[in-house]
Design a protein around this ligand. Structure first.
Ligand code: NDP
Length: 342
């Protein structure tokens, strides 16, 4: 009897906020090993990664990411184990990282360069390859090291500070001797960022919901101004941080999640870029494959030795993926959002 592969398809595009009706659970057979072509591998997924960029792909509009075609499996990063293989480099039982999508199994052409990577789980947990030692970790590393280029004693601010990317940004900046200030939604997240991750301060933007109150809290936490800002959110948080930026400061534009459902996120005072001779640079991590080995080496070493901490929110079962994803867009996740599939 063939195995059943449960998948989540995108079946409609959101108008404004995304909703559960944009997704559909579909069942398909898993191909038997005899049916595989030369080079193909069947992977059984253990974890699926849910990431904010997926929201952009649900729209049919111009963006840096191609729109997700309707009635196809949602794209996404996965880790799991090889079930069947017709590729000489992969054996059943190998632990692998790939882009298997929102489904329980995937068939991968392992002869395509970069389609499937073997991972070492002796010192690093499998799920971390979707978080601190995976795409979000490398995103943090790239924006901090290549755009902000932090120096010891400088002040670095990061928004969505308890999340997959932000938590790594702050810890890497602490390793480099910076004063690190996070911005996060809620007291639990802020407490975690300071007490567990070692940030110097964290501002709860929900507690300081008025722009003036938020700015005052930020000012108190950044007495020397801000030299590097790692932006994940946009809107009011960006405007307030802009007012604290120093001359020759650097802003890594990584994400603007406050606008992913289509809300306008105007910048109140772009003249500050000129006044402060700022460097503002956007980036997409997948366009910088050259840095991955160096970044993963440092991130893997820090995680393996317990010096880089991370938290995960884990939904159970593929059917839970849409709700968990919609929660991520509202800050219901605490740390890296995953779906456990076995
Ligand atoms: P997170 O794990 O940080 O989860 C998203 C977090 O964003 C939520 O937990 C929430 O935290 C915060 N958030 C959501 N909505 C809002 C809002 N309206 N206002 C303020 N905060 C909000 O996600 P990631 O770490 O995976 O991603 C962080 C950012 O990095 C995203 O913007 C993402 O698009 C971007 N990114 C960019 C990449 C690139 O190549 N440029 C690659 C990977 C990620 P809280 O409760 O604290 O508000």
């Amino acid at each position: 009897m063939s195995l059943i592969n449960r998948q989540i398809h995108l079946v409609s595009r959101p108008q404004g906020e995304a909703s559960p009706s944009n997704f559909q659970l579909v069942e398909a057979p898993v191909p038997a090993s005899e049916a595989l072509a030369e080079g193909q591998v069947v992977v059984r997924h253990h974890y699926l990664s849910l990431d904010p960029y997926m929201r952009g792909r649900m729209n049919d509009s111009r963006s840096y990411a191609e729109p997700q075609p309707l009635n196809t499996v949602m794209l996404g990063g996965t880790v799991g184990e090889v079930l069947h293989s017709r590729h000489p480099k992969f054996q059943p039982g190998d632990q692998v990282l790939g882009m298997g999508g929102w489904q329980e199994y995937s068939v991968v052409d392992a002869s395509v360069r970069g389609a499937l990577h073997k991972v070492d789980t002796q010192h690093i947990p499998l799920s971390a390859y979707l978080g601190a030692v995976g795409m979000p970790g490398v995103t943090a590393w790239y924006g901090l090291m290549k755009i902000i280029t932090p120096k010891s004693g400088e002040t670095v601010v990061v928004s969505a500070a308890s999340g997959a990317v932000g938590s790594v940004v702050g810890q890497l900046a602490k390793v480099r001797g910076c004063r690190v200030v996070g911005v996060a939604g809620g007291q639990d997240k802020c407490r975690y960022v300071v007490e567990e991750l070692g940030f110097d301060a964290c501002i709860d933007y929900k507690q300081h919901a008025e722009p003036k109150a938020f700015y005052q809290a930020l000012k108190a936490a950044t007495p020397q101004g801000v030299d590097g800002y790692f932006e994940n959110v946009g809107g009011m948080i960006l405007d307030a941080v802009m007012l604290r930026m120093n001359a020759f400061s650097r802003l890594a534009m990584c994400g603007m999640i406050a606008g992913y459902d289509g809300q306008p996120t105007p910048m109140q005072n772009p003249a500050l870029i000129l006044v402060n001779r700022m460097k503002v640079e956007g980036f997409i991590v997948s366009e910088h494959p050259d840095v991955w080995p160096e970044a993963v080496q440092e991130l893997g070493t820090l995680v393996g030795t317990g010096r880089l901490k991370f938290k995960e929110t884990v939904a159970q079962g593929i059917a839970a993926a849409p709700e968990a994803f919609l929660g991520l867009l509202k800050g219901k996740n605490f740390g890296k959002q995953l779906v456990k599939l076995i």
